[in-house]
Design a protein around this ligand. Sequence first.
Ligand SMILES: [Zn+2]
Length: 292
Amino acid sequence: MPIPATAPPSRRQLVHSLLALGAGLTLPQSSFAAPDSADTVWPRDSRVPGGVARLSLGPAPQRPQVSADGIPSLVLGDMIEWTALIGIPLSATVGQHEALIHTESGRKTLAYQVIDKKYTEQRLKVSPKTVDLSAEDQARYERERAHQQSIIELFTQPLPKASNLPMQAPVNGRRSSSFGLRRVFNGQPRNPHSGMDIAAPTGTAVKAPLPGKVVDVGDYFFNGGTVWLDHGGGLLSMYCHLSSMQCKVGDVLGTGDAFCKVGATGRVTGPHLHWGVMLNRSMVDPALFLVR
Ligand SMILES: [Zn+2]
């Protein structure tokens, strides 16, 4: 007589049996995070300056709290497997870094190695007044930087859904691989390029690559027409050099919703979208989030 094959328990069944066990341990049901979509592997793990370290935290009944360099990190997953996603700044030193993990059972550190990545140099010719700033423009830039800092520090709920992390490209167009390039404007070294440039004509609609909330709309000295979206948990995205913005602070967008248009405002050599993705206050390579 054939032995009936027993299917291995599904991930969801495992979660439910663990939830049942957890309930017996007096932890309230409401304290358990809803399971995220199973086995998500986004963004791609890339432990280089400007990359993302995906750290496996293993099982725990509740979502662990993680920080790196004193900045809270995004933790996704479910009680079977939690994953911390740590954005690595372009300025990160090569070598060992540590994340601090808090769970009900205590605190521990988890080390990860950041390896070197050689970003090449890009030399650009732009309007001289956007390189050697007048006193007035310098003061404007500093005000704008202080304002931007308040956006960068956002860490809001709800957290993004893991199933939304494979992002859609915000515009169709030729994507440059210019993230991280060391930039020299009119012969003078400046900050590295911290986003992805996508070539598209002025007026092309820009669409939300994942659900998010508009948290800033402005016209800035270097970035020109700019919109920031907050996706929760310290994941934000930024759209620059826009010709127009059809959105206001507080608007909630779904994936694919058009909210602004490509332009050539701010310090640019021509029309394109500058797309930035920020994780725990670090600009990281948007390509790590895109389905190829
Ligand atoms: Zn750019």
